[in-house]
Design a protein around this ligand. Structure first.
Ligand SMILES: N[C@@H](CCC(=O)N[C@@H](CS)C(=O)NCC(=O)O)C(=O)O
Length: 202
């Protein structure tokens, strides 16, 4: 597979995490150097990330995530589990949209209020996932575990104590983070040197 994205964590990191933890062999192409003239016109909706998998050229991060989930058996065992994973993933998308808006449009003026409003948002995740452990569906990891882990990861950078009042989320974050291949990925130089976002704010 070929993964095409900017040299930032951003909307690419959940995809990288899924591939790293599930032995997907892929090359990564940085589309940042000549984005506007070369790459943007090639993207179906003018944006990255993009994943090429055989005959498929996919854009939209959540489409890519779900494609990988179907391919790698990360979409739960039945309809009920698939829906539970979808609910978490779509809720992660809502949280991420607010975060992206803060980072790119309102960082200085909005940071304090954003952090104040964060516990009310995280509480939904805490309550939703607390009847199963260590992962969203129980023993077997699913695609939404990686999405939730990544969005918690960026929020822990923004607000380091944000999980302190959420024991389930804290345990969940530790469980995903301690998976050997997730850990190895996060200890790599590539991960450590990659900025969280494209504008240097985090
Ligand atoms: N809904 C899209 C959003 C993609 C997106 O916002 N991509 C940004 C980088 S994270 C981008 O391509 N920015 C450059 C541009 O819009 O020209 C997804 O989830 O993939």
């Amino acid at each position: 597979m070929e993964f095409i994205y900017f040299a930032v964590k951003g909307r690419g990191e959940t995809i990288r995490l899924i591939m790293a933890d599930n032995n997907v062999s892929f090359t990564e192409t940085n589309c940042g150097s000549n984005w506007t003239a070369e790459w943007k016109p090639k993207m179906a909706f003018g944006q990255a990330p993009c994943l090429k998998d055989g005959d498929l050229t996919l854009v939209q991060s959540n489409t890519i995530i779900r494609h990988l989930a179907r391919k790698l058996d990360l979409y739960g065992a039945d309809e009920s589990e698939a829906c539970r994973a979808d609910i978490v993933n779509d809720s992660v998308e809502d949280l991420r949209s607010g975060y992206v808006n803060l980072i790119y449009k309102n960082y200085e003026a909005g940071k304090e209020d954003y952090i104040k409003a964060l516990p009310a948002k995280l509480e939904y995740f805490e309550n939703f996932i607390k009847d199963k452990s260590p992962y969203i569906l129980g023993d077997k990891i699913c695609f939404a575990d990686y999405s939730l882990f990544d969005v918690l990861d960026v929020h822990l950078i923004l607000a380091p104590s944000c999980l302190d009042t959420f024991p389930t989320l804290k345990t969940f974050y530790a469980a995903v983070g301690s998976r050997p291949k997730v850990k190895a990925h996060r200890e790599s130089d590539a991960f450590k040197s990659m900025p969280v976002n494209g504008n240097g704010k985090q």
